[in-house]
Design a protein around this ligand. Structure first.
Ligand code: GCW
Length: 691
């Protein structure tokens, strides 16, 4: 009997050992061959680079790889020159990134010719919306990896291991900065116990060349400094920040700087004292400047006024263009409203010509189905980065307006891009296994903003689900054909499917409640700020649907450069993907397909639902290529997504039908839900949307 128990325990332990919980991310590589690494210098970072090569080498057996630090003008910042057996760079950072690039290419079977790889952005930063009690705002993958309730200050070995794994994952995709706490910042962040913990985190991140940054609350001087005010023009306040900066740099010499959400959604800011964004940002910038630190000042501001919310950041910030210090960067969300499944780019990009501007993307899927929906976001970011602002003539893409190519001022303290992280304590870090692909994609695009989504997906699948393409035997061909190819296609279509079943044709922000998860086109509780309710955004009435942002409406379009202004102003030339973003159109408006607007809307909603069902088929057919754990987990989430898609379609179409008074085209699947039922279900679960 004892023997049987022994065997059972052994089997159990073996299973645990090989259980694929996704914790290793895209770093599952292990060496198959010996390698000899030659490097004249030594340092913690170079030791990591050497170890990575030794642990992951898949090139020719016994190769000598040279790691060379040598000044070369063609190599910029963290860049490197790569070849089959040499990585050359100006800095240790470059060596580290070059090593990861070499290993990735070996593993994915990509060609390795001699070439220089320079980063698009100097600062490639994750923003963690992590609260000091361990919860995460808009986090769907468990609690914070940095902060916790209870024994908040002891740094355990488990903490350190996790931070190290986190640092390694980031370094492997070129991410070189982390803002450790929520932009809705606690005043406690800058108190000494918490700063000690920041120091401990920074020490783990440093060898991986990741700088630590903090979000700060503008009222800190009054809240924790014992001052009567936090007025930025008050000399005592300015001195308090100077002293605080000094204290931080004493603990963390390579500290990156502050991220600030001011006068936005109830956060304090300089306007509370009759001062401007420029006054506030510059005062902080002066405190950080002696140490080389920067201020990332967010442009996410909007008040409850009647103005179109899409216009407000531009109206508030444009007057200050040219008035910010060199070490201030204005951090602007990709779209003018708020990380919707699809938005046009924010008109601030390219318009602020004398100020450094950085894009803020959202990796966590606040508005794209949390960790339930499979949404590969690279296509969305590619669409955004390659959008032409026309601000300095054709070709003034958002990428070029922010990476120093067009506006050189941003090169002084470095260009930057940020992504709001989707990382938590879940074993697989991101909740959904495919959520990892967005962390990966953010890093890759921050490094090379002209990368194509397809290549990013290709790399990620190969690294995450195994199988190198270097052998051409039958099983590799089978894997490429029946796993890589359909799964990649599914990823590439996944964001558009979500747009279709949630808010097609330019609709936006029609979520129920503040959970930002389920549909709520009807949702408008009494007394609620109008611009927080869906009817404000979709404007459906008996005549039609959509938000008029042309000159007959809010004239948000005047903030865009020609020819966009004219092209978007005319419904006939406005891309249909943005149609209801910029126009309020009659239900029988004729679309390019020849269908009426109402019918087209129905087709999009239905198309999205059908698409998710096809994803289920793709995934079910992939079963034989995937380990049990990850297969089942993704399968389960796709089922939920399918149900959600149906709910979205029925909720939106049945609600809008009350205004259009037209039938859902008879060849489309009929609604499965009653609207009353969906509204009642929604009322009961308000506030219960966290996943
Ligand atoms: O979209 C909103 C989110 C808030 C977030 C805010 C912001 C951190 O719903 O949760 O707060 O954006 O970006 O500041």
């Amino acid at each position: 009997m004892k023997k049987i128990y022994g065997i059972i325990i052994l089997i159990f332990l073996t299973l645990c050992l090989y259980a694929e919980d996704g914790h290793k991310l895209w770093l599952r590589n292990s060496s198959t061959k010996p390698v000899n690494v030659v490097c004249a210098k030594n340092s913690p970072t170079l030791t990591i680079a050497k170890q990575e090569l030794q642990n992951g080498w898949r090139g020719e057996m016994g190769t000598s790889v040279n790691l060379v630090i040598k000044a070369d003008k063609a190599i910029r910042g963290d860049g490197f020159r790569i070849s089959k057996n040499t990585i050359q760079a100006n800095t240790e950072n470059g060596i580290l990134y070059g090593v990861y690039e070499l290993l990735r290419r070996q593993q994915t079977g990509e060609d390795i010719q001699e070439e220089i790889c320079n980063p698009s952005y100097d600062r490639r930063i994750l923003n963690h919306w992590d609260n000091l009690d361990g919860s995460i705002e808009r986090g769907y993958a468990g609690l914070s990896i940095f902060w916790r309730k209870g024994d908040a200050f002891t740094v355990t070995e488990t903490d350190k291991t996790l931070w190290l794994e986190y640092a390694r994952a980031n370094a492997s995709i070129g991410i070189n900065g982390s803002v450790l706490n929520n932009v809705n910042a606690s005043h406690l962040m800058l108190t000494s116990d918490y700063l000690q913990r920041v120091k401990a985190i920074a020490e783990v991140l440093r060898p991986y060349r990741i700088k630590t940054y903090l979000s700060v609350i503008f009222s800190s001087p009054a809240q924790i400094g014992g001052l009567k005010t936090s007025d930025p023009l008050n000399p005592e306040v300015a001195q308090w920040w100077k002293d605080k900066a000094k204290e931080i740099y004493n603990l963390i010499p390579d500290f990156g700087g502050f991220l600030v959400k001011a006068n936005s959604e109830g956060q304090p800011g300089p306007q509370d004292f009759g001062r401007t964004h420029a006054d506030g940002a510059n005062m902080l910038a002066d405190a950080l400047n002696p140490f080389g630190g920067i201020v990332m000042w967010r442009a996410f501001v909007y008040s409850a006024s009647d103005e179109d919310r899409a216009k407000q950041a531009y109206l508030e910030f444009m007057p200050f263009d040219g008035q910010f210090r060199d070490n201030v960067i204005i951090q602007v969300k990709n779209g003018p409203i708020d990380f919707q499944p699809r938005e046009p780019f924010s008109p601030l990009f390219g318009a602020m010509k004398k100020t450094t501007v950085m894009p803020e993307l959202q990796i966590t899927q606040e508005y794209l189905g949390h960790s339930v929906h499979l949404a590969f976001l690279a296509p969305m970011w590619e669409e955004f980065l390659q959008s032409d602002t026309y601000q300095e003539g054709a070709g003034s893409t958002v990428a070029r307006c922010t990476d120093g190519s067009i506006f050189p001022q941003s090169r002084i303290f470095g260009t930057a891009i940020a992504g709001v992280a989707n990382i938590g304590l879940d074993a697989n870090w991101c909740g959904h296994h495919f959520g990892q692909s967005n962390w990966y994609a953010f890093g890759r695009l921050a490094w090379n903003s002209s990368m194509k989504s397809e290549q990013i997906a290709d790399e990620w699948i190969k690294l995450t689900f195994g199988k190198t393409t270097d052998n051409k035997d039958d099983s590799a061909i089978d894997w490429n054909l029946n796993f890589l190819s359909p799964v990649k296609q599914m990823m590439l279509e996944s964001r558009e499917a979500i747009v279709d079943f949630m808010m097609p044709l330019g609709l936006h922000h029609i979520f129920s409640a503040n959970g930002h998860y389920g549909p709520g086109p009807w949702w408008a509780p009494k007394g609620m700020r109008k611009d927080w309710t869906p009817p404000y955004y979709h404007q459906a009435d008996s005549l039609g649907i959509g938000f008029d942002r042309t000159s007959t409406g809010s004239n948000n379009l005047s903030q865009y450069q020609e020819p966009l202004r004219s092209v978007y102003s005319n419904p006939a030339t406005c891309p249909e993907a943005y149609l209801l973003w910029f126009h309020h159109l009659p239900w029988d408006y004729k679309m390019k397909s020849g269908r009426s607007l109402w019918d087209e809307l129905c087709y999009h909603y239905d198309g999205g639902v059908q698409q998710v069902r096809r994803f289920q088929q793709v995934w079910d057919q992939a079963e034989r290529f995937v380990d049990r754990e990850r297969f089942v987990d993704v399968q389960r989430r796709l089922r939920d997504q399918s149900l959600n898609a149906l709910e979205w379609k029925d909720a939106c179409l049945l609600h809008f039908q009350k205004f259009s008074r037209k039938p859902i085209p008879y060849n489309l699947e009929r609604p499965m839900y009653n609207l009353d039922y969906l509204i009642e279900k929604d009322t009961k679960r308000v506030g219960d949307y966290q996943h």
